[in-house]
Design a protein around this ligand. Sequence first.
Ligand SMILES: [Zn+2]
Length: 308
Amino acid sequence: MAKRKPPSLAEFLDRFPDDGACETYLAARRWPDGFVCPACGGVKGWKLDRDRETWECAACGRQTSVTAGTVMHRSKIALHRWFLAAHLMATHSNGISALQLQAQLGLGSYKTAWLMCHKLRRAMVDPDRDPLGGIVEIDETSIVCRTKDEPVAGGQGRSSIGKILVVGAVELLEDGRPGRARLARIPDFQAVTLHRFVGQSVERGSTVVSDGLQAYRGLRDVEHERRVVGGMAAHILMPWIHRVFSNFKRWALGTLHGLRKQHVDRYLNEFVFRWNRRAHRRAAFDTLLGLATRLPHASYRNFVERTV
Ligand SMILES: [Zn+2]
């Protein structure tokens, strides 16, 4: 599988030199055949004289901006900066932390960068995604987390360092290479928990490959192959899910400087998003801007309180 090269920063800047270019792009994605009113379906309207391209419907009077229904909705940040943030998140194989984003975009506050990161991450999960299929490796692991303001490394402050449990799955393509993956935080390694994950993530009739853990016994609607060969290490028996786990852990330490428990789900989703699109980074860019998933507006408070 030849990986298509992600667009370079120079290419990006040529394509999107300013806010106007970003608006034109959004309008073309949104209304490929000309303006359509989201309220009444009317196709007659006029462009208003606003900062951001906005149309008023001739039939019902509703005003719609090109950013309505995207992660950029109601944001005071220039479109060009949003586009650059999505470019960086989609093309960097390791993504980008809020601190790095603040520096790269020259943003005044960390809070602004943090909120941009979270808004973009929110666009990363497609609620209609298809389950994994074919041969699917499944395994579970635990990941060290840090609590607020605690450094991740070192055994000092042992009481504040916790672990989260994660289950993961990756499908194998016909050429033996890994396809799409899924990761989920789970409360325990009990059978009911792991079976639920398999039910949600793996298509019926697929073949699930696991280690010898008893909890995987009795999986329904899938073939089940247990790989237990003497004392052979799990990363040899199931190499790809172990690659996924180790890449995730390295990313969590390197880019994120350790995981915080309260945001683990978003980070798992972000990792999976990039893993699943590592050969389709251009499409990932559209998705990140919220063009592929229509999202209602969410505020800083929504993210902090985890109500979105
Ligand atoms: Zn209308």
